[in-house]
Design a protein around this ligand. Sequence first.
Ligand SMILES: [Mn+2]
Length: 404
Amino acid sequence: MSAIRFFHMADLHLDSPFKGLFGLPEKNLKKIRASTFEAFDKIIQKTIEERPDFLLIVGDLYDGENRSLQAQRRFQAAMETLFEHNIPVIVSYGNHDHLHGSWTRFALPSNVYELPADTSVVQLKIRGQQVNIYGFSYGERHVKESMIDNYPVAHDQHAIHIGMLHGSEASDSSHAVYAPFKKEQLLEKRYHYWALGHIHKRQLLHMEPPIVYPGNIQSRHRNEQGVKGFYDVTLSQTSAELTFIPTSAVVYNIVEVDCTDVLHANELLLKCEEAIATNRMAYGASVIELHLKNIDEESEALFEHASVEEWLETIRESEEGVEPMGWVQKLILHKVSSSYESTAMTESVISVMEQWDISDWKDILKDLYQHASGARFVEPLTEREIEHLKLDAQELLTDEIQRA
Ligand SMILES: [Mn+2]
């Protein structure tokens, strides 16, 4: 039997609001706010050029349960285009766009198969090859129980079997646990491919058969670094070939600048500009977290009479109008050795902070994170975010004690 070819994507989060961004030129903000759509357009363009046999979209097409009108209109129009090209699309909805939300309904063309809340099978015939695709949509936002027992074990030896599942591996505590599964449970189903969604970081959990998170198609904040996209998959009963296709319209990146031997402000600015230019060549439009590394005692003087905020402002100014944009969202200093004398008091406060786990941090920050209007402006609290908070807190603390 011949091989089939499909595109596997998940977590489109169309019309993500990109809240925590301030001080950008209007043009840049517009570009970022349109980025989920631009990434999606790239997928549709690629689909028309490459003509895969079908598309799999594994949950969170929409960012919100009200499925913004704009996002639905764009999605519907794209599906009409694929209808004209005769390309089926199998969709499962996830925790962000679960079926229990209320939204203005669009009618999708008949090439689109929307999986219901009960685990079901979509059967396609591709050049004589039978393909069975199993999956479900989230009936409500919080599907905390395991759904894996609802998937049948594959029996038909002539068919190609594919599972679609929006959920998290039971051992992965870094994300909200939805529809948890263990890798062994997936393997027991004897499918040829597991198309996963929900985790926004690209991951291959298993190779034979492939168990795959393609990641999201466009980063939505600085905790989602790097190039995003989807997988172009060629699959037969005995082989699988996966190619990652980038789709990011704006790449969130960490850019490092080596500050060794930098003595004057103009040298530092030039080094920053060069680093941003190199990033621009490689990635195009970017939102950058700029890390100044190896700041020794001499180069530290550069920050004595100008604050980090002033530096950030100056670097941003030098990038103004340069296309494609390199927006520096955050500037982080890495000092070689702290010139501050650590005192018994700073030590003891820092050691208390070291013992807090994620739930302690959530508790401590709850005034902010649960604030009716403030909560919209903060980024999700992840391990990485906490690491930054810790560093900032230590810096503040030593500063304050020095001044006292
Ligand atoms: Mn998602």
